[in-house]
Design a protein around this ligand. Structure first.
Ligand code: NI
Ligand code: MN
Length: 237
């Protein structure tokens, strides 16, 4: 897999750390301390000082340690306004809120917030508070390489718009089923997104997430898409 200078580390579940071309550290969906799939040595610190955190939605397995890491590393959190507001109420100083369809430059990347079909509540002291809507992100690097992180989502027809407008080179897609797409739906998503490469995520972390990379790979192998199954803690690029 050629990531054109970008380094991608999977921390298990939907959590990825990306090192940009100028060596900034981006953390997506920072589910670390409670993440059964995250290697123990990476649970507290994510392995690096983090500059930017992207959050796709409010569920605990995505919002995770966002507040703690943002405060520890003085990182900027990118999320939908409802989640940024909640994080500020938790003491987070730097938020860069945005909404679907828009883009913003942050450090040396351009981040676009895109649609996802999923829910987004925030568990707060035993209650579920409104977290806006779930989203995905397209991250464009200075060399125009693009990564799409789908967040938690069902397959939806407007993934075709993500292809038409942004042409992601690499898609990070949930395949675990039950709460998101399973392998069959994720394979269909590939037929809409036409990425060059896919890394499956959000499977195997909990017993309910039964989809396997093997099934997924089998379904997309005829599409000419490179499927790379990562191990938690592994870095590519
Ligand atoms: Ni979720
Ligand atoms: Mn999830």
């Amino acid at each position: 897999m050629d990531l054109q200078g970008i380094k991608l580390t999977w921390l298990g579940h939907a959590t990825f750390r990306i090192e940009t071309l100028s060596a900034h550290q981006i953390l997506i969906d920072p589910f670390l301390s409670q993440n059964p799939a995250c290697p123990p040595e990476l649970k507290s610190a994510a392995g690096s000082k983090i500059d930017v955190i992207l959050v796709t939605h409010g569920h605990g397995d995505h919002l995770g340690d966002a507040a703690a890491i943002a405060q520890r590393d003085d990182a900027t959190v990118v999320a939908i306004p409802e989640i940024c507001g909640w994080l500020r109420s938790q003491g987070v100083k730097q938020t860069a809120e945005m909404n679907k369809g828009g883009s913003q430059e942050i450090r040396d990347v351009r981040v676009t917030m895109v649609h996802a079909v999923h829910s987004s509540g925030i568990e707060d002291k035993g209650a579920m508070v409104y977290g806006g809507e779930a989203c995905g992100y397209v991250i464009e690097f200075e060399n125009e390489f693009k990564i799409y992180h789908a967040g938690d989502t069902a397959v939806f027809g407007d993934m075709h718009i993500i292809h038409e407008l942004y042409r992601p080179d690499l898609a990070l897609l949930p395949i675990g089923d039950h709460y998101t797409m399973g392998p069959r739906e994720a394979a269909y998503a590939c037929s809409l997104l036409h990425p060059k490469m896919v890394v499956p995520m959000h499977y195997g972390t909990f017993p309910a997430l039964t989809g396997t990379p093997r099934e997924f790979k089998h379904l997309v192998e005829d599409m000419g898409i490179e499927v790379v199954t990562m191990k938690p803690g592994q870095t590519l690029g």
